[in-house]
Design a protein around this ligand. Sequence first.
Ligand SMILES: Nc1ncnc2c1ncn2[C@@H]1O[C@H](COP(=O)(O)OP(=O)(O)OP(=O)(O)O)[C@@H](O)[C@H]1O
Ligand SMILES: [Mg+2]
Length: 236
Amino acid sequence: MKRPLLKISNLETGYDNLKVLHGIDMSVQEGALIAIIGPNGSGKSTAVKSVFGLTTHFKGKIRFQNKDLSKYKTHEIVRQGVAYVPQGRLVFDSLSVEENLDIGGYNLETETKKERKQRIFKLFPILKEKRKHQAGFLSGGQQQMLSIGRALMQEPKLLLLDEPSLGLDPKTQQLIFKTIKDINKAGTTVMMVEQNARQALKICSKAYIIEQGRIAAVGGPSLAKQKKVKELYLGG
Ligand SMILES: Nc1ncnc2c1ncn2[C@@H]1O[C@H](COP(=O)(O)OP(=O)(O)OP(=O)(O)O)[C@@H](O)[C@H]1O
Ligand SMILES: [Mg+2]
């Protein structure tokens, strides 16, 4: 089997003195769409934040290509080809849609920036339509698209998404899931934390269940058929 793009081994991370993850292992092949599910407060966000250098590192490795990201600062991790969309779809409210995208591509040449914006507008036509609008006036779903679009400005190899469907109506959730699948199909490896376990299990190539800072289960979409998973995460 090919060497994974990302391999997390025996990772222990947290915040200051608080240890949240107690030795997790994850293996992400290039082109995979990984879902991370689990109860509130179990360490799902901490797992993706750790890959992006936003936690306190106690132990373990985060090997991405040939680098150990656990030794890197966030801006260096970005340069390695990792992008992160935080929980809560953060956009710059008072800036326009286009300016938000420009910030995502702050380090790019003008021509490249233009090209990438065109690609994002193709993925999210509504953002093109609203490119001069202030981001603060967009709907929740449109802000989520903008957050994802901003991350895509870097054309990352690995896209980390934290709860992309949270707080959106079912129709918009479907649209977001479809887009995530499209982004993945176009070649970006995706690692996504999702409270909508049913949808996440449907679209992923592999899922991890994190409970109390440990991997409780790992498997493909067929995890959804397991009795315990059904009871705990899929409403019976
Ligand atoms: N910045 C922080 N500083 C201190 N503790 C934190 C911080 N962020 C999270 N925690 C704690 O770490 C633990 C795991 O949090 P985390 O955000 O990873 O959970 P989660 O699985 O993403 O939960 P949710 O489903 O609610 O988003 C929780 O006990 C939380 O209170
Ligand atoms: Mg979270």
